[in-house]
Write a protein that binds this ligand. Structure first.
Ligand code: Q46
Ligand code: ZN
Ligand code: ZN
Length: 344
């Protein structure tokens, strides 16, 4: 198969777009398409300070790369979950993120918040404690990640929080919510969630890209990412729906994209407005940490992590200005030293 633009060998054939491209033209197409999505959904402009949540996987690193190439002011946030399994998952992920930051986005800042250093426990530990050894740690993990992202964005003055969710992620969640007619969740599933009462604006600039498209972009850009999934992702429901949707896509190319795009249209036309009105709840400040919450008194995060004492700036893992390979050791030391847990 040849590239539509230059006749070189194509690295990808996107049947749903009827478009095959070589490495060079695919890289260009991917960056331009991201910009189009950013504009279409009014995600942000060049004045915005953007915080990209980076996990070490292909999607989030590709997102940081593309936003930087598009000249946006994008910094990174890595949250150390303390999930190792047989593959040293968290250690591997942090190593990939650091290497990427130093080599690819040397003018950006990488924030590292290690949960064990900051809050005294890893995700598997807090989850085990709360669930008495039953079930997966994903709910504790999701709640914690959302909290840390919001909190860091607020404390460091970021306007927007960007995540690398792709079309496969979005379509799988959509299918899950639709099969259960979770109208409240459907009302809130969008490429942009506006900021409200101290919660950062959230955006998903890759929501229209298939997973194989972000993987191909990472490949052509030579991004070194963690191939392994989190050990707890194995066998989860989202992956099951992804498999079903892939079967559908094989039979009917473009089905996944249509499913998601038509949902967004229906949503924009107010199809889920009644559900949105019903679930809109008032937020107030957590009496301990000050972060917005719907719960009376302490927020869900403070309750789960057993935080009872008021404190000032809790997350203090210092920002790392990524300056170059030779300062690598320094960086590690500064993070380890700058974590302040005195408020706990
Ligand atoms: S929620 Fe669950 Fe993920 Fe956390 S424990 Fe792993 S699989 S990382 S997106
Ligand atoms: Zn080409
Ligand atoms: Zn709180």
């Amino acid at each position: 198969m040849r590239c539509r633009k230059c006749d070189s060998a194509a690295v990808i054939n996107m049947r749903h777009h009827k478009l095959a491209l070589c490495a060079e033209h695919y890289g260009e197409w991917f960056v331009t398409s991201t910009q189009r999505t950013i504009e279409k959904y009014k995600m942000f402009d060049h004045d915005a300070r953007i915080l990209v949540a980076v996990s070490g996987g292909k999607d989030s690193l590709a997102l940081w790369d593309v936003l930087t190439r598009l000249d946006y002011q994008a910094d990174g946030l890595y949250i150390g979950l303390g999930i190792q399994g047989d593959i040293a998952y968290s250690d591997q992920s942090l190593a990939r993120v650091r290497e990427f930051a130093v080599q690819v986005v040397p003018n950006a800042t990488l924030h590292v918040v290690d949960l064990e250093e900051t809050y005294g426990k890893t995700i598997p530990e807090i989850s085990h404690e709360k669930m008495r050894g039953h079930g997966k740690p994903c709910s504790a993990c999701g709640l914690t990640k959302r909290y840390v992202m919001n909190r860091l964005a607020a404390e460091r003055g970021y306007d927007v929080l960007a995540t690398g969710h792709n079309l496969d992620d979005e379509a799988a969640v959509l299918m899950q919510n639709t099969l259960h007619w979770q109208t409240g969740y459907l009302a809130r599933q969008a490429p942009v969630l506006p900021s409200s009462d101290g919660l950062a604006k959230k955006v998903k600039p890759f929501c229209r890209f298939y997973e194989r498209e972000t993987a191909t972009y990472a490949l052509v850009r030579g991004i070194d990412y963690v191939y392994d999934e989190c050990p707890h992702a194995v066998g989860n429901l989202t992956n099951f729906y992804k498999t079903l949707l892939n079967q559908l896509e094989t039979e009917s190319p473009g089905a996944k994209l249509q499913f998601y795009i038509q949902f967004l249209k229906a949503r924009e036309e107010g199809f889920f407005q009644a559900a949105a009105d019903k679930v809109s709840v008032e937020l107030h400040a957590c009496e301990v940490c000050g972060q917005p919450t719907t719960a009376p008194g302490r927020c869900a995060f403070c309750r789960m992590w057993g935080i009872t004492a008021p404190h000032g700036t809790l997350i203090s893992a210092d920002a790392i200005a990524v300056r170059g390979e030779d300062e690598f050791d320094d960086v590690e030391m500064r993070v380890a030293e700058s974590v302040d847990v005195s408020g706990l």
